[in-house]
Write a protein that binds this ligand. Structure first.
Ligand code: NAI
Length: 255
C-alpha cells in the first residue's frame, strides 16, 4: 500500500474522537483539515444551513478543491432538536457537501460516527421524519419526543446503508461507512456521567463485556482504516466497536 500523503477533512476535530483521529492521521504524515465550532482550521456550525455551506466553502478554498477523505465525527447528545440538526443533518451535509471534492482522489473514502445507541430503543415518528420528511418537521418532532440521540444515530446508520450503493458513492468508487462506538472516554460521555442517574442508565444500556469504556484512540484507528486506501471493499456498514455491546443487545438477530 502506498504511503502517499492524503488530505482528510474531520468534523468535530477540536475534541474527543475527532481530535485523536486528527492527531493519528497527522502522525502518519497526512494533512488534516479540522472543522469545529472552535479550535479548528475551519470554524463552522453544522447545526445550521449557513454553517454547513461555510464548511464546504472553506474546505474548498483551503484544500484547493481536492481532498481524499471525509470523516463526519461532530456530534452532540442533548435530548432535543440540536442533536438531530448536528448528528443527522450536519453529518449528511458534510458527506454530501464534500463528496465532489473527492472525485479526483485515487482512493476517496467517507466515514461517519454513528453509535451503539443506533440499536437502542428509538422513536419511529422521529426516525421517519428524518428519513422521509423535512428537517423542519424532524426538528419539531425532536422537541417533543424521547430517544432523540438514539434515533438520530439510527437514522444516520440507515442513511449510510441506503446511500452507499448509489451512483454517487459506490458508482464513484467511494466506500461510505460508519463506525458505531460503545462508550468512549470523551468530554461528551463525561458530561453525561456527571449526572449519577444518567450514568447508571447509560452503563446499563450499553453493557461492554470486552474491556468496558475505552479511549478514543481505539475508535481513531478504526476510522483511519475505513477512511484509508486499505479499505477498498467495505461499504454501507456500521462497524460496531463496542466491547460486545451489540452482541449483548441484538444477540443472534444479526451478524
Ligand atoms: P466530544 O464532545 O469530545 O467531541 C464532539 C465535537 O463535536 C466537539 O469538538 C464539538 O465542538 C463538535 N461539535 C458539536 N456540535 C457541533 C456543531 N454544531 N458544529 C460543529 N462541530 C460541533 O465528543 P466525542 O465523544 O468525541 O463525539 C464524537 C462523535 O462520536 C459524536 O458524533 C458522538 O455522538 C459519537 N459517539 C460518542 C460516543 C462516546 O461514548 N463518547 C459513543 C458513540 C458515539
Amino acid at each position: 500500500m502506498s504511503n502517499k500523503q492524503r488530505v482528510y477533512v474531520i468534523t468535530g476535530a477540536a475534541s474527543g474522537i475527532g481530535l485523536v483521529t486528527k492527531q493519528l492521521l497527522e502522525s502518519r504524515g497526512h494533512r488534516v483539515i479540522g472543522a469545529d465550532l472552535h479550535n479548528a482550521e475551519v470554524i463552522a456550525d453544522l447545526s445550521t444551513a449557513p454553517g454547513r455551506a461555510a464548511l464546504v466553502n472553506q474546505v474548498t478554498s483551503i484544500s484547493g478543491g481536492a481532498i481524499d477523505a471525509v470523516l463526519a465525527v461532530a456530534g452532540v447528545d442533548i435530548n432535543g432538536p440540536l442533536t438531530v440538526a448536528v448528528n443527522y443533518y450536519g453529518a449528511i451535509a458534510t458527506l454530501e457537501g464534500l463528496r465532489p471534492l473527492m472525485l479526483t482522489s485515487d482512493s476517496p473514502r467517507a466515514v461517519a460516527v454513528s453509535s451503539i445507541t443506533s440499536v437502542h430503543p428509538f422513536n419511529e415518528q422521529l426516525l421517519n421524519a428524518m428519513l422521509e420528511g423535512t428537517e423542519t418537521l424532524a426538528l419539531e418532532k425532536a422537541a417533543e419526543e424521547k430517544f432523540v440521540y438514539a434515533t438520530s444515530k439510527r437514522a444516520l446508520s440507515r442513511w449510510i446503508r441506503r446511500n452507499a450503493l448509489k451512483a454517487e458513492w459506490a458508482g464513484a468508487n467511494i466506500p461510505l461507512n460508519a463506525i458505531a462506538p460503545g462508550l468512549v472516554k470523551t468530554e461528551l460521555l463525561q458530561r453525561l456521567f456527571d449526572e449519577p442517574e444518567t450514568r447508571k442508565r447509560i452503563i446499563a444500556g450499553t453493557p461492554m463485556p470486552l474491556g468496558g469504556p475505552f479511549e478514543p484512540s481505539a475508535a481513531a484507528e478504526l476510522l483511519a482504516f475505513l477512511a484509508g486506501p486499505e479499505n477498498g471493499h467495505i461499504t454501507g456498514q456500521s462497524i460496531f466497536i463496542d466491547g460486545g455491546a451489540d452482541v449483548v443487545i441484538r444477540g443472534d438477530a444479526t451478524w
